[in-house]
Ligand binder design. Structure first.
Ligand code: HPA
Length: 269
């Protein structure tokens, strides 16, 4: 796999004349950040050696290279999910490639169900921790010592300083921004009421189907992470209703300008 990661990174570097400092992974319906970008190069995932190819319709499979808020970034427009049938090693392959491109921090967004009764649709939640409920881990098998240790520390999955900065920026925004714990499930089905209750009891504030594998792999490589959930449906008693992908996308669209503002302001020092 190291050889594949290096080949993918070499291909991308051959089209680049700078080092992107920040990697950004955009979640379902949250691609609007791209409009603020000065794009210098777009590379379809299909063209990158060994890259998995995205299969979900609401996702575009492109790597975008350019500047955002004056800072060099590499943006994944479209990500890979466990529920699509990829292994977690495939899901996280691009994060390892981004490390070789030189990123120093990783920003991630996702759509999530709100378990915390304080949350409303289209609120944002900055992740301060996570619970991995997927039946696999991207780091099983041989350890790539050149990337990180066999038993990586997870005492600070989300950078405290990035979280602090995010909460400070959020204060000036006209949007509810919380901090909380994200539980990741395998999907693709949404949860039953009993499962939502279980997730609340174990301490999750939001639930989704992404982000955690990418963050585990990033932390293995000691990359500081910042992640934000857009709350697209409510999962507590009295608020649970049938979830439709259209509703999730509509909620994502409503919150998207705020997410974009937050992510872009996070880049200014
Ligand atoms: N559960 C799991 N994943 C999700 C949800 C949810 O309620 N909403 C958006 N992604």
């Amino acid at each position: 796999m190291m050889k594949n990661i290096k080949e993918a990174a070499t291909y991308i570097k051959s089209q680049l004349n700078y080092t992107p400092a920040t990697g950004i992974i955009l979640g379902t319906g949250l691609g609007g950040l791209v409009k603020l970008m000065k794009i210098e190069k777009e590379i379809s995932y299909d063209d990158i050696p060994h890259f998995p190819v995205s299969t979900v319709e609401s996702h575009h499979g492109k790597l975008l290279l350019g500047t955002l808020n004056g800072k060099k970034v590499v943006v994944m427009q479209g990500r890979f999910h466990y529920y699509e049938g990829y292994t977690l090693k495939q899901v996280t392959f691009p994060v390892r490639v981004m490390k070789l491109l030189g990123i120093k921090q990783l920003f991630v967004s996702n759509a999530a169900g709100g378990l915390n009764t304080d949350y409303k649709i289209a609120d944002l939640m900055i992740l301060n921790d996570h619970i991995n409920l997927q039946p696999d881990n991207p780091l099983t098998g041989a350890n790539y010592d050149e990337l990180g240790p066999r038993f990586p520390d997870m005492s600070q999955p989300y950078s405290h300083s990035l979280l602090k900065k995010g909460l400070k920026i959020a204060k000036s925004m006209d949007c509810n921004v919380h901090q909380g714990v994200y539980a990741v499930v395998p999907g693709p089905n949404l949860e039953t009421p009993a499962e939502y209750r279980y997730l609340r009891i174990i301490g999750a504030d939001a639930v989704g189907m992404s982000t955690v594998p990418e963050v585990i792999v990033a932390r293995h490589m000691a990359i500081p992470c910042f992640a934000v959930s857009v709350i697209t449906d409510l999962c507590y008693p009295g608020a649970i209703e049938e979830v439709k992908i259209e509703k999730i996308l509509a909620a994502a669209a409503k919150a998207e300008p705020f997410l974009t503002e937050l992510m872009s302001k996070m880049l200014s020092s």
